[in-house]
Design a protein around this ligand. Structure first.
Ligand SMILES: Cc1cc2nc3c(=O)[nH]c(=O)nc-3n(C[C@H](O)[C@H](O)[C@H](O)COP(=O)(O)OP(=O)(O)OC[C@H]3O[C@@H](n4cnc5c(N)ncnc54)[C@H](O)[C@@H]3O)c2cc1C
Length: 505
């Protein structure tokens, strides 16, 4: 690694940092990305088991249809041309299943079909379903960058931030099954009954109704193409580089110090890691105690347990849509993780290998899991860069949890247990160790309708050359992170000009 002084040093290589690096590289900045892991991409990493590819994080992606927001951002980043994507079934991207109900409920792409399919199941609720669709779209219009237009910051969205999702659904219909169907994929944003704001639901769900996609052979396809774009514009990236402090000199950050002692100097620094970890990297007095206390006190979303299955050839039909399987009251109670009935919600994702895929090769199952459940092994560490053994107790715990998750999935797919060829799983500790958060949180800071402003993180900090990006700014998910990257980038390039270029990419 050259020890040159870069224009911009980015800490972490999640989608947020990679997009900022391309955008700023294209505007002439000399950027350097520092990643602690071997693989770049953060939650956009893929891994292989039994010669099959799995995603550690991202499974399906919204808003990637021509002209839609993420499509335009990716086009500007020069990665859309050959990105291997598969459009999910237009008639159903998410199937919501209640395991005690013979009916299943499909969410379709396109607002007309979305509404029509639900009205077929709930004919007497047509007015509520139309009101819901209108509300989704009108709330999304309040978020300027989401629409790739200039915005006036927090002000213009203030009026929609404090509406709680569940209360809103209850206000439009007394039909609890319909309420549960509309919130049936709330694992997508770790929805909580009392606190999750409607806008979080709207921004996520709207993007999938616009259009829903999978990456063939894993989300790391996106990462690989972004790395190429960064290098094309003169940017450099270094893996195995854990930043352990951000050193201040004369009221500015002067260097990122790596675990091995090397100092990477820069004019500006953008942190793509959780704000709680970012403030811990610097002792600067410019970050006032009040700011530190506020950031430290913010609640994170819960963590997850993911089960990765390889399947015997020709045993389970491939389906180009997801399933959200709920046991009784799962939609709102699953997140409480009552050990006696866990898991109450299981997400099912069919991995895509492309072509006319008749049978599934892999299945990913996902359920909520609190960090406390893996606390007994909290002192261990295990990644592919720094392998460590968490012990037999941990292996037995995982095996038991895998069995429970597979048992719920088997209620929908009775052929599944016999179809499984191999199983592995990731716990909150896997996410903690790979992503570098304290608790393996699924989506970072939880937004709260009752404290709407406190969860909003500005890309600016009180250190004049230290900025933030990533899923903690506006929202998680690839679209949310892309919007966050635009917010951060406009600290360096003209907002109107950048948005214009992206709209016309
Ligand atoms: C299980 C799971 C499923 C998901 N499914 C979907 C989905 O289907 N669709 C969707 O759109 N979104 C999904 N998401 C959300 C999405 O993956 C994230 O919102 C997004 O990828 C986060 O990007 P980010 O820029 O915030 O960075 P992150 O992905 O959080 O990456 C941060 C990076 O910083 C690095 N880092 C941390 N500390 C240091 C340090 N000290 N020095 C150097 N590097 C460091 C980490 O190693 C990591 O690479 C999912 C997330 C999870 C966890």
């Amino acid at each position: 690694m050259t020890e040159a002084r870069y224009d911009i040093v980015l800490v972490g290589s999640g989608l947020g940092a990679l997009l900022c690096a391309v955008i700023l590289g294209k505007h002439g900045y000399r950027v350097c990305v520092l990643e602690k892991n071997r693989q770049y991409g953060g939650c956009l990493q893929s891994f292989a088991r039994d010669k099959q590819v799995f995603d550690s994080g991202v499974h399906y992606i919204g808003s990637l249809g021509p002209g839609e927001t993420l499509y335009q951002v990716f086009k500007f980043a020069e990665i859309m041309n050959d990105l291997p994507l598969e459009k999910m079934d237009e008639a159903v991207f998410d199937r919501i299943v209640f395991l005690d109900d013979e009916e299943s409920y499909d969410q379709a792409q396109g607002y007309t079909d979305f509404a029509d399919r639900l009205i077929q199941k709930f004919p007497e609720e047509a007015a509520a379903i139309h009101a819901y669709c209108d509300k989704l779209q009108s709330v999304c219009r309040q978020f300027a960058y989401y629409q790739l237009r200039d915005g006036r910051g927090l002000q213009e969205k203030q009026s929609v931030l404090d509406l709680p999702l569940k209360a809103y659904l209850e206000s439009i219909t007394g039909n609890t099954r319909l309420q549960e169907v509309l919130a049936g994929n709330n694992l997508l944003y770790a929805g909580e009954a009392e606190t999750t704001p409607f806008y979080v639901h709207a921004l996520v769900v709207n993007s999938y109704i616009e259009s829903s996609w999978k990456c063939i052979d894993g989300g790391a396809q996106i990462t690989r193409r972004l790395l190429k774009s960064i290098r094309r514009y003169g940017g450099v990236l270094f893996n195995h580089c854990e930043v352990v402090s951000l050193e201040e000199k004369d009221g500015k950050i002067d260097a990122a110090v790596l675990k091995d002692g090397r100092r990477i100097e820069g004019k500006y620094f953008i942190s793509n890691i959780h704000p709680q970890q970012t403030i811990a990297l610097t002792q600067t007095r410019l970050l006032r105690p009040l700011y530190r206390e506020r950031i430290t006190a913010l609640k994170n979303t819960i963590s997850t347990f993911c089960v990765y299955l390889t399947l015997k050839p020709g045993t389970l039909r491939y389906q180009n849509h997801n399933y959200y399987l709920h046991t009784k009251n799962g939609v709102w109670e699953a997140i409480c993780c009552d050990p006696l009935v866990w898991p109450q919600t299981v997400y099912v994702f069919f991995g895509a290998v492309g072509g006319q895929q008749e049978y599934a090769t892999t299945l990913t199952l996902m359920a909520y899991m609190p960090y406390e459940w893996v606390q007994p092994w909290a002192n261990s560490f295990n990644t592919d860069t720094k392998p460590g053994d968490r012990g037999d107790g941990y292996a037995a715990f995982k095996k038991e949890m895998e069995r429970k998750v597979i048992a719920v999935a088997a209620r929908q797919f009775p052929a599944l247990p016999a179809a499984v060829s191999s199983v592995c799983s990731a716990t909150p500790l896997s996410y903690r160790d790979y992503i570098g958060t304290a608790d393996g949180s699924l989506y970072g800071i939880a937004k709260n309708a009752h404290h709407p402003v406190s969860g909003f993180i500005s890309p600016r900090t009180k250190v004049p050359n230290l900025y933030l990006t990533g899923q903690n700014l506006l929202m998680h998910g690839l679209l949310g992170v892309a919007i966050g990257a635009l917010q951060t980038s406009t600290e360096f390039v003209d907002q109107a000009e950048l948005l214009e270029k992206i709209r016309h990419a």
